[in-house]
Design a protein around this ligand. Structure first.
Ligand SMILES: Cc1ncc(COP(=O)(O)O)c(C=O)c1O
Ligand SMILES: N[C@@H](CCOP(=O)(O)O)C(=O)O
Length: 536
């Protein structure tokens, strides 16, 4: 094995690579490396694998460690001709060695058939670490390989630009800080991330890390990012890459914990057997986390339903109820003005108007609809790409599309349920669970737990629910203290706050305020990268 886990030859290099295509159908036959380094497809769509692999041997994975399981799953999507097996194992092992829990993502029983999947034991205390520790090492791997024997300006330099409502930013920074040949720029909406989230980002002073505070919402930051990625010519000479869940590697890495938690449930519960179906409930914003569950299900994991839990920014919940995807709901009776923009809620990481990964699910729904015509796979794929392009164009120009065909909505409802949880229900859920079992939920997880309680009321009593716990409660002290101050035994400073967060506010910070336009952000990024390269 050479530097940073890159090997030069492999016995398995004859195996053909899994190929990828864009949801808009114009960008096809791409390698895993191209997909990861580009982030967004060249036609503005999102990359998906040409085929969802079947995990025929999934039952034999039940005793594997988290890293070994991740390796097995990823091997089905990344051919050893692209990343030799020994290298992939090395990348995966290094990525999960930074987690505080030996199980990486432990499963905790809350109550009867309700379990909580704790995804916050990584460096930044949020579920994003599971993917971004891996993505950081993956970028490094590809860059080391590309730059072998090259010096100075000949080296390939990657400029990662990210948009965050709080968690992706710090997880990306911790995944990439100090790495060679990479610069990281994270845009966050000024005043709309929690104080701890902002400190987690702005107190990282590595030379390759830059925080940009943008006047506007998360959607504004995401739009700037997408515009930059869609115009590589204007970015020249820098190569812009993505760490948001538009990057396929993010989704891929998240598939592991659906399988892992399923196997943990089999081990922990006397009433749940290998092969039984489970419901996963996922607090949802950009639709990345739950999409990984969809892939797990399509690979063969027995899933009864995937339950989308939204806050008051409920575009997805409205789609599942009406088949219409619209940024703003139509005014209710007696209300003549449609409320404008995103709502600020107690679960700010999900304060999103448009969910970027929903486009990936739309492609699979459109493909299934096309396949019912009985034509061949190529035709179905072409139809799916055209349909998705049409829907997304309509969304861009009118702010909505749909209602989609009844059969498309039927397929969506077969695999998913949806629940909308408002702020008062979020607070009630944090309080009720604390009183019942003494467990402190973060507000995003509470949205999921409230949805689980509703889902359980409508499901067979035998069905087990796994709620995804997406962040540590200390990241959202405002909501947690609002719900629990005065409750017996509640002591935020001494019982909730992890030692890693103490004193963050006293540390030196670095952040730049930037006007929220593509041209201003691009200008700043280019100038900064030029400076970094000239000093390298
Ligand atoms: C704590 C937390 N929960 C839930 C979500 C929603 O996840 P997704 O955007 O993948 O749907 C996010 C942000 O992405 C988050 O930071
Ligand atoms: N909630 C996210 C928003 C960005 O989502 P991503 O999963 O697409 O990166 C955040 O915390 O930044």
């Amino acid at each position: 094995m050479a530097q940073n886990g890159v090997t030069n030859g492999s016995n398995d290099s004859h195996i053909p690579s899994q190929r990828y295509l864009s949801t808009r159908g114009e960008d096809t036959d791409c390698s895993f490396e191209e997909v990861v380094l580009r982030g967004l497809a060249t036609d503005g769509g999102l990359y998906i694998p040409e085929h969802i692999p079947q995990a025929t041997a999934w039952k034999s994975w039940q005793d594997l460690s988290f890293s070994s399981l991740a390796y097995e799953i990823m091997s089905l999507y990344i051919s050893p001709s692209e990343i030799p097996s020994a290298d992939l194992k090395n990348i995966v092992n290094r990525s999960y060695s930074t987690f505080r829990s030996k199980d990486v993502t432990p499963l905790v029983q809350l109550d009867g058939n309700h379990h909580l999947l704790e995804l916050f034991h990584g460096p930044t205390f949020a579920f994003k670490d599971v993917a971004l520790q891996f993505v950081g090492n993956l970028f490094e791997y590809f860059l080391v390989r590309k730059n072998e024997g090259k010096t100075g300006r000949d080296r390939h330099h990657l400029t990662v630009v990210g948009a965050t409502s709080g968690d992706t930013g710090s997880a990306a920074i911790y995944g990439l800080r100090g790495k060679k040949d990479v610069s990281v720029f994270i845009m966050f909406p000024k005043g709309r991330v929690s104080p701890i989230q902002e400190l987690q980002m702005t107190t990282v002073l590595d030379k390759n890390v830059h925080n940009l505070s943008i006047e506007g919402t998360f959607d504004d930051c995401q739009d700037i990012l997408k515009s930059m990625l869609a115009d590589p010519e204007a970015n020249k000479p820098i190569n812009v890459g993505a760490v948001n869940s538009i990057n396929w590697a993010r989704i891929l890495a998240q598939i592991t914990y659906y399988f892992h938690s399923y196997f943990s449930l089999v081990k922990q519960s006397s009433t749940f057997k290998l092969g039984d179906k489970v419901r996963f409930v996922v607090p949802t914003g950009n639709f990345g986390d739950i999409l990984a569950g969809y892939f797990a299900m399509r690979m063969g994991l027995p899933v009864d339903k995937l339950v989308i839990a939204t806050n008051e920014n409920d575009i997805l919940d409205r789609f599942w109820k009406t088949g219409k995807y619209e940024k703003q709901p139509a005014p209710e009776d007696g209300q003549d003005i449609t409320p404008e923009g995103v709502k600020e809620t107690l679960s700010p990481a999900m304060d999103i108007l448009v969910s970027s990964n929903f486009e990936r699910l739309l492609w699979f729904l459109a493909y299934e609809f096309a396949a019912s015509a009985g034509m061949d796979d190529q035709w179905n794929k072409k139809q799916a790409g055209q349909e998705v392009s049409k829907w997304l164009k309509e969304l861009k120009t009118t702010g909505s599309f749909g209602p989609v065909y009844q059969d498309v909505l039927k397929c969506a409802k077969r695999d998913f349920d949806s629940e909308r949880v408002d702020d008062s229900q979020t607070l009630e859920t944090i309080q009720a669970l604390y009183k019942k079992v003494g467990y402190v939920l973060d507000p995003h997880t509470a949205v999921g737990v409230a949805a689980t309680i509703r889902s359980a009321a409508n499901a067979s009593p035998d069905i087990h629910h796994i709620s995804l716990s997406t962040a540590h409660p200390a990241k959202f002290s405002g909501a947690v203290e609002k719900a629990l101050t005065g409750q017996e035994g509640f002591d935020f400073e001494n019982k909730v706050l992890p030692k890693e967060f103490i004193g963050l506010d006293k540390k030196e910070k670095r952040v730049t305020e930037v006007e929220g336009t593509v041209s201003k952000v691009r200008e700043l990024v280019k100038a900064q990268v030029e400076q970094e390269l000239s000093q390298a």
